[in-house]
Ligand binder design. Structure first.
Ligand SMILES: Nc1ncnc2c1ncn2[C@@H]1O[C@H](COP(=O)(O)OP(=O)(O)OP(=O)(O)O)[C@@H](O)[C@H]1O
Ligand SMILES: [Mg+2]
Length: 298
């Protein structure tokens, strides 16, 4: 029997959601290089409701990482605004946590030490609250359990597999209960089987922790499986091409089998087609044909 979910592939342009946790409002970005100004992002607008999982896909170089870094407050914007709970952000803050592709763990700290690292920073800084620190210690142990990392809690990053390292990075990001979890190709370096395990783990976290997630990936299947909505960015300069509502069942009810259902494959195909149509690859193929014709003629 096919998995029971509503036929999907609805293109959801300009959908305004109630209870928006994140609002990206007409964001533009120029990079100033010795060769002149380069417009990387143009008039990007979208939102994410509390508890929503938004995936961003698009051709390489279209500005996905730049956009995520702007939302994290790690990169300045040239125009527009990013609002979290209706307040414009001004740099990085505890309400947003980022997970990168390359794990970025501290090699001199154990698994538990890495998970608790940001808490240590806070304890040393102005934000010192005893009850808070106690709660975080307990929470770090719960996250260790949730991520299946108890056995390696005292191990160092170089003793871990890639999947384990990424679970540590996710646990660390979740420790301070950020409003927004920002992930830039977090599973890009993992093998296919480990990715599947990580996908179900992330859906598990979404179901239990109710975090709002913005997730950048080049893997459209991953985006459709994990997200409530998929945003396709197109390059030249980076802009929103289309926004897709995946209309899958809630996170806790998704299964790997759904990836093979016709409804799933239809939306995956449509999104891939949009990426292909906007990526410039076709133009490159045309150039290749001209090149080949040129060399044959010669
Ligand atoms: N610090 C910078 N200075 C100048 N240009 C930059 C800088 N960072 C990024 N860019 C340019 O901005 C554009 C978008 O880069 P970005 O890394 O955001 O793309 P991406 O969509 O994440 O690509 P990929 O899928 O390959 O990771 C690219 O053309 C890149 O060369
Ligand atoms: Mg990138």
């Amino acid at each position: 029997m096919p998995p029971a979910f509503v036929p999907l592939g609805r293109r959801a342009r300009d959908v305004r959601l109630p209870d928006e946790r994140l609002e990206v409002r007409a964001v533009g970005k120029y990079f100033h290089t010795p060769d002149g100004s380069f417009e990387a992002l143009h008039d990007i607008s979208f939102g994410a409701a509390a508890g929503e999982f938004v995936a961003i896909v698009g051709a390489s170089g279209c500005g996905k990482s730049t956009l995520l870094r702007i939302i994290a407050g790690l990169e300045s914007l040239s125009s527009g605004a990013v609002l979290v709970d209706q307040r414009a952000i001004a740099g990085p803050d505890r309400d947003r946590a980022m997970v990168f592709q390359d794990y970025s763990l501290y090699p001199w700290l154990t698994v538990l030490g890495n998970i608790r690292f940001s808490q240590r920073l806070r304890a040393n800084g102005r934000d010192r609250r005893g009850a808070d620190a106690g709660g975080a210690a307990e929470r770090s142990l719960l996250l260790l359990e949730l991520m299946g990392l108890q056995r390696v809690r005292d191990a160092y990053p170089n003793e871990l597999s890639g999947g384990m390292r990424q679970r540590v990075a996710i646990a660390r990001a979740l420790l301070n209960q950020p409003e927004l979890l920002l992930m830039d190709e977090p599973f890009g370096a993992l093998d296919a089987q480990t990715r599947e395990v990580m996908h179900d783990l992330i859906l598990h976290i979404v179901a239990f922790e109710r975090r709002t997630i913005v997730f950048v990936t080049h893997d459209v299947e991953e985006a459709v499986y994990l997200a409530d909505r998929v945003i396709v960015l197109a390059p030249g300069p980076g802009h929103v091409d289309s926004i897709w509502a995946t209309e899958l069942p809630p996170a806790a009810e998704r299964t790997q089998e759904m990836k093979r259902a016709p409804e799933f494959l239809v939306i995956e195909r449509r999104i891939l087609d949009r990426i292909r149509a906007t990526s410039g690859v076709q133009k490159d193929l045309d150039a290749l044909h001209r090149l080949t014709r040129g060399s044959t003629a010669a």
